[in-house]
Write a protein that binds this ligand. Structure first.
Ligand SMILES: [Zn+2]
Length: 219
């Protein structure tokens, strides 16, 4: 995923959820913890409330001049409650908040992915703007070679927003904020990776996320 930094003062609360255990938010610029919540192993539907609580505490922990926020959330963390809250925070006059939150690969997303034309998948670039390529396992001995088969494109990215929002059957994202866009990344799975049935069927490993980034830049 490419992370865009509008300026150097951008603070990045990152949410990490470890299974059903602690929920932590830390500042991506400085790796300082901002907020956290210890939860019982049996935690269930209270996840949204926990996300909101930790988000609020993390923002409060940042000094106001640094509250130009890029909020990222690992895993399929997107819920109506969290996205609605992030959307409301981003809409406040004079505030700046970009979110990028993991999204579940469900039935409608799988259907949309099967309709993405091959040329719509673009090679993902890293934060330096470079394509991350790696050597194939069976690459030749010449490390700087130009053999196509010796290099693996690390990942490709595409936007699913139009496919989901402009479906003849209706807007599949109608109950989500209009500014929310959805992206998918696909990469060749590493040997031994856990894949869903859909992924083992078409050979790619997918990760999806939603963002309110207005530009064409993938979130
Ligand atoms: Zn080669």
């Amino acid at each position: 995923m490419v992370t865009a930094h509008p300026d150097k003062e951008l603070a990045e609360p990152d949410f990490k959820e470890f299974g059903h255990h602690p929920l932590l938010a830390y500042c991506g610029n400085t790796a300082e913890p901002l907020a956290g919540k210890l939860r019982k192993g049996s935690v269930g539907s209270s996840t949204v409330a926990d996300h909101l609580e930790v988000l609020e505490a993390a923002i409060t922990a940042l000094p106001p001049p640094y509250r130009r926020l890029l909020v990222t959330c690992d895993g399929a963390g997107a819920s109506h409650g969290l996205i609605a809250r992030l959307d409301a925070l981003a809409s406040r006059p004079g505030h700046h908040l970009v979110y990028s939150v993991g999204w579940e690969l469900g039935e409608r997303e799988r259907a949309a992915i099967t309709h993405v034309p091959e040329e719509a998948w673009q090679i993902a670039i890293d934060h330096r703007g470079e394509v991350r390529e790696r050597r194939a396992d069976d690459a030749c001995a010449s490390r700087g070679c130009a053999h196509r088969k010796c290099w693996i494109e690390e990942a490709c990215v595409t936007e699913l927003t139009a496919l989901l929002r402009e479906d003849p059957a209706g807007d599949h994202l109608a109950d989500w904020p209009a500014t929310m866009r959805i992206f998918a990344r696909r990469e060749l799975p590493h040997p031994g990776a856990q894949l869903s049935l859909f992924e083992s069927g078409d050979g790619w490993r997918y990760s999806l996320w939603v963002t309110n980034l207005p530009e064409r830049t993938p979130g």
